[in-house]
Design a protein around this ligand. Structure first.
Ligand SMILES: Cc1cc2nc3c(=O)[nH]c(=O)nc-3n(C[C@H](O)[C@H](O)[C@H](O)COP(=O)(O)O)c2cc1C
Length: 135
């Protein structure tokens, strides 16, 4: 029933080819989905928040509501949002522990994000979290 699906939009990360990766929690690994730097396109999809393209990488939290609502009905939507919020907070904590910095971005066009990432139709993007070094 775990509803979240995480994507990593990589630009300048040591040992990672720029591109879009899917995160697979069962094996704790990344799978390269698209081999091109999509940060600019993602920034455009976030209504031209161009500063997003300066992040080394951007984590995209998406969810498939059906995985949770098929058991819990309407309440399942609330659980998905709770999970996304908690997972996002964990990313804040992990970034802090690594002396990196991140922020929550929720102002974006759903359809454009789906196009840039090639999201399956059942997945809804919920949060973007750009990650970079403190200046
Ligand atoms: C749900 C949510 C969505 C947000 N979306 C955006 C956004 O799209 N763009 C943005 O610049 N800040 C957005 N913010 C605000 C930032 O995440 C952040 O709180 C703000 O920039 C202040 O950051 P600071 O306290 O580190 O200075 C959002 C905040 C929340 C809680």
């Amino acid at each position: 029933m775990y509803p979240l699906q995480l994507y990593l939009v990589v630009g300048t990360v040591q040992d990672l080819t720029p591109g879009v990766y899917g995160y697979h929690p069962d094996r704790h690994h990344l799978v390269l989905i698209q081999r091109s730097d999509r940060r600019n396109l993602l920034a455009s999809a976030a209504f031209g928040q161009d500063w997003l393209a300066n992040a080394a990488a951007i984590v995209v939290f998406a969810a498939d509501y059906n995985r949770t609502t098929r058991k819990y009905g309407e309440s399942g939507k609330r659980y998905v949002h709770m999970k996304a919020g908690h997972a996002g907070q964990n990313l804040f904590l992990q970034a802090g522990a690594l002396d990196l910095i991140t922020v929550i971005v929720g102002d974006f066009d759903d359809e454009e994000i789906a196009n840039v990432l090639g999201l399956p139709v059942q997945e809804q993007s919920l949060i973007l979290m750009p990650i970079g070094r403190k200046q």
